[in-house]
Ligand binder design. Structure first.
Ligand SMILES: Nc1ncnc2c1ncn2[C@@H]1O[C@H](COP(=O)(O)OP(=O)(O)OP(=O)(O)O)[C@@H](O)[C@H]1O
Ligand SMILES: Nc1ncnc2c1ncn2[C@@H]1O[C@H](COP(=O)(O)OP(=O)(O)OP(=O)(O)O)[C@@H](O)[C@H]1O
Ligand SMILES: [Mg+2]
Ligand SMILES: [Mg+2]
Lengths: 263, 263
């Protein structure tokens, strides 16, 4: 039975997609079956793995089919799941039409449960399901938080990123109260950390003092290889396994999986 | 009569807020009256200028009042406009409630014209009105594009940022066709440029070859001072006028205003 983790933060550009793609790939490197769900209409996670064309079937079809749970079967979902270059990693790619679906969802019945309905059917096929969310607290992000067991929050080591946390925690509490009482915090991951910048250190201190929820020991350093690898359609471990960015995401996966010891 | 410029890009973290705040401040430094409108529920532009508390009146009241244009007067808008540390710069601060308003707008009549109704009343008081948009193509961004004369697009010099441009241009064409036929491109501003990274150079080449619309000659370099200044509640020209980030935004303002010569 898969653990479903939503990677969420309404602040833009904090490393949600980079974390979703590279944490998934690192989990797959430890031979745990993982499904990455790209719930962002921008489709960056899909592009980062080389899916640059709109697919025949993707997340859009699944969320539409979920309007009528009775007709949704494992068989009907087969076409939306795509293999990746890593044996233990699959993806449900995004679709730009998700932005339009978000508007339709506003007036739909049980709109918050669409993704949960889909992923509950797939849970037995994987050990982890990782959801990449868009930069907003709208219906798509609510769907991700409603479907998830836990939420992992990337926080960029900069001032604006700190400010959004309180609002995000409010939204999480709202989802726990109204749609998904079992939702828990997986933890905060500090991203784009530069040890030589006092700004980074200040933000880290502030996050540690203000947020009692778990903060991952692994911090992701700013590393240009992480910004280069998506343009080659590869996760970092296939683009440059030796770089600090790859080592950081492997360490993060080990921390998540509870595998002891250093890299 | 003010020129209204919307700073928009649905990709997160590309420098929309940093550009909105620092371009406005640089315009004010050239003694042109400028109004900054914070249309992002995150309220980063407001925070970046020291407005850390929710104001008595702000953009939320204005957009609500605009539901009934007949009752909206210059007098009723007085309370939403706040002075800043710069004599020629005012701001209409954000409100977290904007996210909820966005949902209300989905079913409201003439929902796209709320901000345009407000800003048309204020046009005669300023030479420039700059709008900071949220990272999405939702109702708030549509409101910004409908109210604007031109749209300025910050593009971070990285792969994911390139991918979103086609979708953004589609949205702009949609707004031109349905809500605001006079909307034009102000241009693309390349942000977080690092001259020593080949990734930056590749993205710049690609933007230049793919987008025929104007690209500003001024590129904004990656400069940690730009990430530090918001935590002091100051635009870059008041935080560190000598740094490369401040020089870049002053040069950008000169290019926008048509003031010849180097810094
Ligand atoms: N640790 C890192 N070091 C260097 N660059 C990084 C790092 N993490 C992410 N990036 C780059 O920073 C930019 C923003 O990251 P990313 O797109 O993953 O953030 P996001 O939160 O998913 O953005 P959005 O809010 O648009 O969904 C991307 O260009 C990415 O390649
Ligand atoms: N030229 C720059 N050099 C260094 N840091 C920068 C630069 N421009 C912006 N930043 C920092 O990068 C982060 C993202 O910038 P900013 O918040 O302005 O982007 P945005 O597009 O407004 O994000 P959002 O999509 O969340 O609205 C911020 O922490 C900001 O301080
Ligand atoms: Mg993303
Ligand atoms: Mg912003």
């Amino acid at each position: 039975m898969a653990k479903i983790i939503s990677i969420s933060n309404q602040k833009g550009g904090v490393g949600k997609t980079t974390t979703a793609v590279n944490l998934s790939a690192s989990i797959a490197a430890f031979e745990r079956k993982v499904l990455l769900v790209d719930l962002d209409p921008q489709g960056n996670a899909s592009q980062g793995l080389g899916f640059n064309e709109i697919q025949d079937e993707d997340i859009y079809e699944a969320l539409e089919m979920a309007a009528d749970p009775a007709t949704l079967t494992l068989e009907s979902l087969k076409g939306i799941i795509k293999p990746t270059a890593l044996k233990y990693m699959h993806i449900i790619p995004s679709n730009p039409g998700l932005a339009g679906l978000e508007l339709d969802l506003v007036t739909a019945d049980r709109r918050e449960y669409r993704l949960a309905t889909v992923l509950n059917l797939l849970r037995d096929q994987y050990e982890y399901i990782i959801i990449d969310s868009p930069p907003s607290l709208s219906q798509l992000t609510i769907n991700a938080l409603t479907a998830a067991d836990t939420v992992l929050i990337p926080v960029q080591c900069e001032f604006y990123s700190l400010n959004g946390l309180a609002e995000l925690y409010n939204t999480i509490r709202g989802v726990q109260k109204n749609f998904n009482s079992k939702l828990r915090h997986e933890g905060v991951v500090l991203t784009m950390y530069s040890s030589q910048l006092s700004l980074s250190k200040e933000v880290v201190e502030q996050v540690k003092s203000e947020y009692s929820e778990k903060i991952f020991k692994t911090m992701i350093p700013r590393n240009v290889k992480l910004a280069e690898s998506p343009s080659h359609g590869k996760p970092i471990i296939l683009y440059d396994i030796q770089c600090v960015g790859a080592k950081a995401y492997i360490a993060l996966a080990k921390e998540l999986l509870g595998i002891p010891g250093d890299m």
